[in-house]
Structures are given as C-alpha cells and as structure tokens.
Design a protein around this ligand. Structure first.
Ligand code: UN1
Length: 480
C-alpha cells in the first residue's frame, strides 16, 4: 500500500476533511489484478441479479441522501439543493441501469439460409478504468459504474483528488448493497500517478474519463498503444441563444441557473449568452440585477445560491479570465473579483460586448463567468454558437416554433434545450458532446451500454449440413 498520503479540504472553510492514500503504480497494479480476478465470476452472474444489486444501491443512496448531501457541501462546496440533486441523479441512474439487467437487448434477425438462427448479444469487456471529476462527485461515478457493472464488467475507480471521501462512501455503499468483493476497486490520488498507471495498464481494456479536453487528449494518446476503448466527456463552452421574441424573464431565469448554478462548475454551464440586439439592453440589465442579488456564501445555508469554487487554483484561473476579458476589450458589467475572507468564493461575473472570437468566448473557464454576445439575426446566433471547438450543450429561448426546430437541427451540440438553460440532463437520454467535447461516445441512456459492451454476433445452424452463406442461397437472389 502507498505510504504517502494527500489531504482533502473543505473549500468554504479550509477545514481538513481527511487524509487519503496517495496511490501509485503498484497500488494500481494490485487493484487491477483484483478486479481482473473478480471479473471471471462477475461476468457470469446473471444480468438481472447484477441489476438487483443496483436497485439495492439506489435504495441505500436514498436512505443516506441527507448525509451524503451534507458531506458534499463540506467536501466539494455544492449548495444544499444542488448536492441533493447530484445524489438524486445517482439514484435515478442506479434504478435505470438496474432495469437494464432485465433488458440488455440485442437483436435477432432471420438468416438468408434455412434452419439457421442469428442473434447479436452484448458482451462484457473486462476491467473498466473510470476516472471521475469532483464537480459531480456522486452522480458521475454512478453514470460510469452503474452501466459498467450491469453489463458485467469490473471497475477500478480513480476519483478526483478533491473529492476522495465522497467516492469512498460511494464504493462502500456498493458493497453494502451486496456487490461481491473485488468487483469495484478504488485508487485515490493524482492523475499523473494513479490515473496514468490505470490508463496504461494492459489489463484495463476500457477507459472512461470525464475532465478537461487537454487531459482527454493525453488519455487518448496513452491508451492508443493498446488500442483501448476510450470514452471521453470533456469540456464545453455552451451557449444560450435569446431571440427577440423570447420570454425575457424566463430567459434570465435560464441564464442565471445555467451560468451561476454550481458556481459555473458544470461542463454544461452556460458560459456564453448570444442575444438578439433588439432585446440585448433589456436582457443585460435584468441579468446584472439578478446576478448582484444572488446570495454567495456558506453552501449549507438554505438560501445560499452560490457556494465556493473547488480550490485556490480554480479561483486563480477564473480571475485570470476576468483579466483576459478586460484586456480583450469586453465590458465587465458585474463581478470580476474574489470574495475576501475564508474559502474560495468568486462573484458571479458578466461580460458584455463580447465578440465570438475572444478568448472568454472560446475557452472553458469553469467558474461563474458568462459572456454576452450581441447578434443581429437567428443565422448569426447559430453561427456564433457553433463557432467553437466544443459541442456539448446549447439552448434557445424563442416563441417561434420554426426557429426552435431549426436550432434543434443546426446547433452542433450533443444536447439542445428549447426554452430552458443548458444544464439539467436526465439520466435516460444520451449525455455527451459533438466535436472536441468527446470522441463520439455517449454516457447515460441506452447509449452508455455501447461504451461498456462489445457486440458478439452468433450464428446457429440447425440444418445438420454445411450451408455456405452467399453461395448456397442464390436460387432467389434479391433483384439488382
Ligand atoms: C457535468 O457538468 O459534468 O446536465 C455534468 C447537467 C447535469 C450533469 C452535468 N445533469 O448539468
């Protein structure tokens, strides 16, 4: 076991939460060996039984929801209601994937030959390496582990170093739910040590990673030597479009919730607001008024709307973008500063007169900063929305059904909302992004099963003789 440790702190007070083993390559080696050994039995457990464990896990999460939410506000700083939402998302995912234990549908299809049966079935792949972020410390492990497990894989989880205790609780509850020993292993610590060893390990054929684009590229390169399956969920620079016919108060509600909820630390956060010039001045003043009224402070208070960001480095990064925005010539309307005192608090920040090519409109800040971009038309709005490397989420506020449908078709994102903000994905539709937000895979919904299984096509010939496909069935070929 690693003898070195690292500490986890409360981002609102600086209080030490606990110390955790700083896992190294040798720890990863042991964890993978156990998960590999456990796989031999786990893959043969009937999928409905694997699903039943997830149903029990969901019930335990429900039982412990209040306590886990409290821990989340302490370890990660999420405000109370949102912490509850994070855990609810894991509950929903566990029930949903528990149900998959009785589906995991494949296909049957007729053969071109008589007395022959054909089907495709989903096969587990082996040990999954799951690397999860701190911003959804319970939900995202559930997004990855629930489908991985119901499909019959075992898992080595490397949670973010900022939220090790929540991840540990998550794994403890899986065991309490009846998950056999060895099926899920946890390694704590840092990407360069534990994470990299996991990504490179020859006995880990699937890597699922949520985090920054840069790390996603590094993960892909490291996994390439073994041609691993890599699932990536990376950054976003999500835009809300507000058209001239929008319900402006509703649009402001959407912007406030999506830009400043979770202190902007969501990959789905609305860090750009593209506004038709006819309503630009009005939207701007309503938004500033709301941003300045938001209650920042202790995340465990019921009425707090913005808690701390995760750590000192995050405050520094967010603030560096405030400087970048000013230097680029954008107008800082409100915020743009750290809240003095204990903890890592940053004021909700709104930039106006932002041009689509500015860095504050192109790069992921991961904080409570949003950029207002004025446009003259729907076409310009779509062009600005699409003019970035990312493609996770998008939204449009309009009462015009034609524009809504054009936006659904033309916005280059994996998720599009109509008359709602950019956040709030539910667990039973695919979640993920186009372009450089990922590599074409999706988690959640049925799509997640494709990440964690391989298709096997099976042909059963019960004719009792050799039948040659494409040769022996040419009596009545399809017309050409
Ligand atoms: C993330 O920020 O990584 O749709 C996930 C949402 C949440 C999940 C966000 N359900 O905003």
């Amino acid at each position: 076991m690693a003898t070195a440790t690292f500490d986890s702190y409360n981002p609102s007070t600086g209080e030490l939460i606990d110390s955790f083993p700083r896992s190294d390559a040798a720890d990863v080696e042991r964890a993978v060996a156990s998960a590999r050994a456990a796989w031999e039995d786990w893959r043969l457990v009937p999928a409905p039984q694997r699903g039943n464990i997830l149903f029990r896990f969901a019930q335990l999460l429900e039982r412990d929801k209040a306590g886990l939410s409290e821990l989340m506000t302490r370890e990660m700083g999420k405000v109370k209601a949102e912490a509850g939402g994070d855990i609810q998302e894991a509950i929903d995912m566990s029930y949903y994937m528990g149900g998959e234990g009785r589906r995991l549908f494949g296909q049957t299809t007729p053969s071109e030959l008589p007395d022959k049966f054909m089907m495709s079935v989903r096969m587990p792949v082996g040990v999954v390496g799951a690397i999860t972020p701190w911003n959804f410390p319970i939900a995202i492990p559930a997004w990855k582990l629930c489908p991985a497990l119901v499909c019959g894989n075992t898992v080595v989880l490397k949670p973010a170093e900022d939220t090790p205790l929540l991840a540990q609780r998550f794994v403890d509850l899986l065991h309490e739910a009846g998950l056999p020993e060895g099926v899920v292993q946890i390694v704590h610590g840092f990407g360069e040590e534990a994470g990299e060893a996991l990504v490179r390990h020859p006995d880990v054929p699937i890597i699922t990673f949520t985090g920054s684009r840069e790390t996603g590229v590094a993960v892909t390169k490291a996994a390439a030597d073994r041609l691993k399956h890599v699932h990536l969920e990376l950054g976003g620079k999500n835009a809300i479009i507000v058209m001239d016919d929008a319900d402006l108060d509703l649009a402001v509600d959407g912007v406030v919730w999506s830009a400043f909820g979770t202190a902007g630390q969501r990959c789905t956060a609305a860090s750009r607001v593209i506004v038709h010039e006819a309503v630009y001045a009005q939207l701007q003043s309503k938004l500033v008024e709301r941003a300045e009224r938001m209650k920042i402070g202790d995340p465990w208070e019921d009425d707090t709307e913005i808690g701390p960001v995760i750590n000192e480095a995050a405050v520094d990064k967010i603030h560096s973008y405030t400087e970048i925005g000013k230097n680029e010539g954008a107008t800082l309307l409100t915020g743009g500063e750290r809240v003095e005192g204990n903890g890592f608090y940053y004021r909700p920040t709104v930039f106006a007169d932002v041009e689509p090519q500015m860095r504050i409109a192109q790069e992921e800040i991961f904080g409570p900063t949003t950029a207002l971009i004025p446009v003259k038309s729907f076409e310009d709005a779509v062009q600005a929305a699409n003019g970035i490397r990312y493609g996770l989420s998008s939204s449009i506020f309009t009462r015009d059904v034609n524009k809504a449908f054009r936006a659904m078709r033309d916005l280059q994102t994996g998720i599009t909302y109509i008359n709602a903000g950019t956040t709030g994905a539910e667990v039973h539709l695919p979640f993920g992004g186009m372009k450089e937000t990922g590599n074409g895979h999706r988690e959640a919904g049925q799509a997640a099963l494709d990440v964690f299984t391989e298709w096997k096509s099976i042909y059963v010939d019960y004719s009792g003789k050799l039948q040659r496909a494409q040769i022996d069935n040419v009596e009545s070929p399809a017309p050409r």
